[in-house]
Design a protein around this ligand. Structure first.
Ligand code: CU1
Length: 516
């Protein structure tokens, strides 16, 4: 059945990978603004000590909803959208392998997040137990809306699993002749591995929320010590999902950066094969490090040591990737258009987030850092400067291809610099706050934390403002952007460059240019 071309039914009945990609991307942008507005409430409350702009329980709802909406509503769907739009093009496939399931995986999402967001208006308010929803806070002491939260998580998990199956099926079955696995663009590789992570761990998340549901409504005691269960079991199950989840978020970001840096360096990616193996190694290691989130629960010493060393091992393949990006840029004919600026900031700031991750991996040190603002600073360097910056880069990079129109470069650069400064103003001081002992998820704080919190809040408002420039630039491009020719889209530029002979020893043209 071919859906009507025009109007709402074009989107409702969409089976075309580009249409579905566009739906995912706009949905994730909407969720990004919603989750961002929750962050603005948080930073407004923390602007000064003693403000109490909002009720402390509402503040807890904001931290919870901010995390849930950003992780599951903004970042993940944005990458699924990029996958939908770009993977078939990159591997020479006519569409995704399972186009109708593709439609279903998208259209579940608005309902899942409508259910989640509507809990804000329910009696007792939205979930207030943090995005990690530790039991018994999320079972025995949860507001009634927790049941809607569980249903929402189930729906979103179904959507993710279907999306992942579709991506695996597409990459394994629909590659054009000659497109062997080791010729695939890095973005396709990172998504293939990400899709396997999703298929492996989303059911674990579904299991965790189902056990919660049983504990709340059906009299079981999985997480209740009073009934013979164990609250720490929840943390093990959650983080067995949760740690691979952070790589689900960051691996496609690695892929995007590995596409963009070669283009603006006028060189092929350095160490293609090592990038593929490093991605696979990170994915494997992500399954065996989960308890580094739980150093303070009272694990046996051997457990602490194992999870400490295993976690540190991840730095090896990650460093290989950073080395490859830097070496790709080395002696390249660099230019600094907006996508490249975001990618360079990504490499620099994500590495910083990786280094604080290494600090957190040291079990005895984590006894001090645990649940402090240092953790918040750490993971925002990976989630915002990692995932969000790479998504921003990819939108600027592929917008000319998607729309046939060029975005405004000056406005893009203004967006980048305001975002870069705003981001660092927000999160760099939080390292110091955490080291000085300020706990996370708290609506008020003592006076010695005042200065850094005010700087952080000003930074957050600045970063938030920058996104409005981003939105304006995108809409302006779609309606009024200067028409592009094939040569003006960045990818075509790369294709041309790759056919040129080069005097530099680093230019070994072992890979053909990506199929357009
Ligand atoms: Cu982790």
């Amino acid at each position: 059945m071919a859906g009507p071309d025009k109007g709402f039914s074009r989107w409702l009945l969409a089976t075309n990978h580009k249409d579905i990609g566009i739906l995912y991307l706009w949905f994730s942008f909407a969720m990004f603004l919603l989750g961002g507005s929750f962050a603005m409430v948080i930073r407004a409350e923390l602007f000064q000590p003693g403000l109490q702009l909002v009720d402390p329980n509402f503040f807890n709802q904001m931290t919870t909803m901010h995390g849930l909406v950003m992780v599951f509503g903004a970042i993940m769907p944005a990458f699924v959208g990029l996958a939908n739009y770009m993977i078939p093009i990159m591997i020479g496939a006519p569409d995704m392998a399972l186009p109708r399931m593709n439609n279903l995986s998208f259209w579940i999402l608005p309902f899942a997040f409508a259910i989640l967001a509507s809990s804000l208006f329910m009696e007792g308010g939205a979930p207030n137990f943090g995005w990690t929803f530790y039991a018994p806070l999320s079972t025995t002491y949860a507001p009634p809306s927790v049941t809607f939260f569980i249903f929402g998580v189930h729906l979103m998990g179904i959507s993710s699993i279907m999306g992942a199956i579709n991506i695996v099926a597409t990459i394994f079955n629909l590659r054009a002749p000659g497109m062997t696995l080791m010729k695939m663009p890095l973005f396709v590789w990172t998504w293939l591995i990400t899709a396997f992570l999703l298929i492996a761990v989303m059911p674990v998340l579904a299991g965790a929320v189902t056990m919660m549901l049983m504990d709340i409504h059906f009299g079981t005691s999985f997480f209740s010590a009073a009934g013979g269960g164990d609250p720490v079991l929840f943390q093990h199950i959650f983080w067995f999902f949760g740690h691979p989840e952070v790589y689900i978020i960051i691996l496609p970001a690695f892929g995007v950066v590995s596409e963009i840096i070669p283009t603006f360096s006028r060189k092929p990616l350095f160490g293609y094969a090592s990038m593929v193996y490093a991605t696979a190694a990170i994915a494997f290691l992500s399954f065996i490090v989960w308890a580094h989130h739980m150093f303070t629960v009272g694990m046996p010493l051997v457990g602490e040591l194992y999870f400490m060393w295993a976690t540190m091992l991840i730095a090896v393949p990650t460093a290989a990737k950073v080395f490859n990006w830097i070496t790709t840029m080395f002696k390249g004919a660099l230019t600094f258009e907006t996508p490249m600026l975001f990618c360079i900031a990504f490499v620099f700031l994500f590495t910083l987030g990786g280094l604080t991750g290494l600090m957190l991996a040291i079990a005895p040190a984590d006894m001090q850092y645990h649940d402090s603002y240092f953790v918040v600073a750490h993971f925002h360097y990976t989630m915002v400067a990692g995932a969000i910056f790479s998504i921003s880069a990819s939108v600027y990079y592929w917008l000319p291809k998607w729309t046939g129109r060029m975005y405004n470069e000056t406005m893009g650069k203004v967006h980048f610099w305001i975002a870069f400064i705003g981001f660092n103003l927000t999160f760099f001081p939080q390292h110091f706050l955490g080291l000085a002992g300020m706990p996370r998820r708290i609506p008020d704080y003592s006076i010695q934390f005042a200065d850094f919190n005010m700087i952080s809040s000003i930074g957050a408002f600045t970063y938030g403002l920058a996104q409005l420039i981003f939105l304006f630039n995108i809409i302006r491009t779609i309606y009024f952007g200067e028409k592009t020719t094939e040569e003006q889209t960045w990818e075509s530029a790369r294709g041309l460059e790759w056919t040129l002979p080069s005097p530099l020893p680093f230019h070994t043209f072992e890979r053909p240019p990506a199929i357009k």
